[in-house]
Structures are given as C-alpha cells and as structure tokens.
Design a protein around this ligand. Structure first.
Ligand code: NAD
Length: 313
C-alpha cells in the first residue's frame, strides 16, 4: 500500500488531521482542495502543528516533522491529485449534493482498485455512492474529531461494497495507528453518534427536570463513567460489574428496565434548557474563538497523553 499515495479531498479541519495521520505512518499524501488558499493555509498549518507536536513530545510516528512534511503535497487539480492514488479520503463539507458531485468526479477519474472513502458524519453510504460504477470500492470511514488524537474510525459499507474494500480499509487504518470498527449494516447516525446522542438527550432531560446542574452532569461523565470508558466499553464494564454479562442482567436487569422506562421523550434542543446549558458552559469556557481554541488545545493535549497511557497499558 505504501507504494501509492493517499489523496485527501478537502483541506479543512478533518482533511488536515487525516493528512497528518497518514504522513505520520510514512504514506505519501496529496491534499486536494478547490480553494488554493485553503491548500496553502493547510500546508502552513500542518507544518506548524507538527513542529508544536514535536516540541511537546506528541508527534505521531517515528519520522521527523520535516520528513513527514516532505511526504505531503497540495494541489487544486483533481486529475493530477489522483495520479498514483491507492486510497482517497474525502473530507469536504457535510452536504449531500456536494458529496454526490465529488464522488461522481472521483468515479470518473479513479482507476478500478482505488478505494473511495468518505469522512461523512451522518450521510448514508446509500445516498452518497448508489449508481457509481466503482461502488464496490466505496466506503464511509467516519473519524472522530480530531482523528489525529482520537483513533476510532467507523467503517460503513454500501450494500454493494466489496468485502475486500472493507478489509483493505480496515488494514490501512490499523497500519496508520487508528482503531477501526465495522458497521455490519448502515443505520442513521452510525454507532458513535447514536450512543453520543443518547447521552446528550438524557443529560438534557436531567437539566430540564432540575436534577443536576450542567456542570455537574459533565463531571459525572469526565470523573465517573468516562474514566472507565476510556479503557472499557459499556458492555465490558457491565461484564466486570457482575460475574459476567449474564449475571449483570440477572442482578441489575429489573432496576435498569425501571430506570429506562422513566426516560423522557426526545428533547427539542432549543429554548430555555438550551440557554441554561449554554450559559453554564460559557461561564466556564466563554464561547468565543479565543477561549474555545485554547480549550480545544488543552483537550487535544489531554487526548494525546491518554493515547500514550493507553499504549502503555
Ligand atoms: P471544513 O469545512 O473544515 O473543510 C471542508 C473543506 O473542503 C474546505 O477546505 C473546502 O474548501 C473544501 N471543499 C469544498 N468543496 C470541495 C470540493 N468539491 N473538492 C475539494 N475540496 C472542497 O469541514 P470539516 O469539518 O473538515 O468536515 C469535513 C467532513 O468530515 C464532513 O463530511 C464532516 O461531516 C466530516 N467530519 C467532521 C467532523 C468534525 O467534527 N468537524 C468529525 C467527523 C467527520
């Protein structure tokens, strides 16, 4: 695989992060964007980020920032971007028309065995890929923001995707230090967001019902559940909490069902509760670019340290 290049389509937040992931593992990366200025600023930003990561000891891979940068090139010509491509990771805005258009272009230009992968967060592969002549090599590889720090990638095939495409993508993701998981069938929101939305929705209801402040709810997760979830999923947590999962269900099943039956309806995600949560969060981290970016940097540093710890365990 390392013989060919990885092509990143779209050089925004996610495209840059993917480019850094692949370069850190020694892959040649071509970044394509329709906006020349975006390509230029992506190259500058990636170079700056790599130097900062090196200085803080958080650079991925064994290559120096200079060597990693030398693997990345940028362009605004799609045909030349695809020359020598083995894997294409699309990272353009989350808009179905735009995605369908770019995949039609890629379908026309790509050779038969190139994998066409989309970073979409919630658009179905059926909507994006149906009708393409290369549908067998199409797949969704949904990362978590930012992929450089969070290794999970959800692989979601189209019903006509060749199983070999899933396996090759899985192996590539492993090879670049990501943690791929396979969806056996397409479902709205994929899996990460379905789990995340279930948590957000219960957090909303707890604020709405006056059970706990937004700040304390976040602490329940960051100092409680999240401590375990960085290492064990909810199912294995249950397995260990009982004498195996069966005993967990036997012991705690009635209580779990009672609590779940009191869970309320889907929240409207607007109005007073939204304002209350926004205010509480803004008291802690003001919602302006300066404070949000500083907090994101802190988050990324924590995630990088956690990744190191997880590798040591
Ligand atoms: P972004 O807006 O930061 O970047 C999009 C880039 O695509 C821009 O540089 C833009 O110039 C470029 N672009 C637009 N049309 C193009 C085209 N036809 N060809 C090439 N480049 C084009 O977006 P983002 O946040 O990086 O998101 C990209 C994708 O990743 C989306 O599908 C999004 O849902 C998904 N994703 C985002 C996150 C997140 O938290 N941001 C997480 C996981 C997945």
């Amino acid at each position: 695989m390392k013989a060919g290049s990885i092509v990143i389509i779209g050089s925004g937040l996610i495209g840059r992060s993917w480019a850094m992931v692949f370069a850190s593992a020694g892959y040649k990366v071509k970044i394509f964007d329709i906006v020349q200025q975006q390509v230029t600023s992506a190259m500058e930003d990636i170079s700056k980020q790599m130097e900062e990561l090196k200085n803080s000891g958080m650079l991925r891979g064994s290559l120096s920032p200079g060597k990693q940068m030398s693997l990345i090139t940028g362009c605004t010509d799609l045909k030349s971007a695809l020359d020598g491509a083995v894997f294409i990771q699309e990272c353009i805005p989350e808009n179905l028309d735009l995605k369908q258009k770019i995949f039609r272009q890629l379908d026309a230009l790509a050779s038969d065995n190139v994998i066409l992968s989309s970073s979409t967060s919630c658009l179905s592969p059926v909507k994006i890929f149906t009708g393409l002549k290369h549908v067998k090599t199409c797949i969704v590889s949904h990362p978590v923001n930012p992929p450089y720090y969070v290794p999970l990638v959800e692989l979601v095939p189209h019903p006509e995707t060749d199983p070999a495409t899933v396996e090759t993508t899985y192996a590539l993701m492993k090879a670049v230090g990501m943690s791929p998981v396979k969806l056996l069938k397409d479902i709205d929101g994929f899996v990460l967001n379905r789990l995340q939305y279930a948590v957000i929705s219960e957090a909303w209801r707890l604020v709405k019902d006056g059970v706990m402040s937004p700040t304390d709810i976040d602490i329940v997760m960051s100092e409680g559940l999240g401590m375990r979830y960085a290492f064990l999923g909810p199912l294995e947590t249950a397995h260990l909490n009982g004498e195996g999962f069966e005993s967990y269900c036997q012991r705690y099943g009635e209580g779990i069902k009672r609590v779940l039956s009191s869970v309320g309806p889907v929240p409207d995600l607007s109005g007073e509760v939204m304002e209350k949560i926004h205010q509480a969060l803004s008291d802690k981290v003001p919602a302006d670019p300066e404070h949000l970016n500083a907090r994101r940097k802190w988050r990324d540093a924590c995630l990088a340290r956690l990744a190191t710890l997880k590798k040591e365990m």
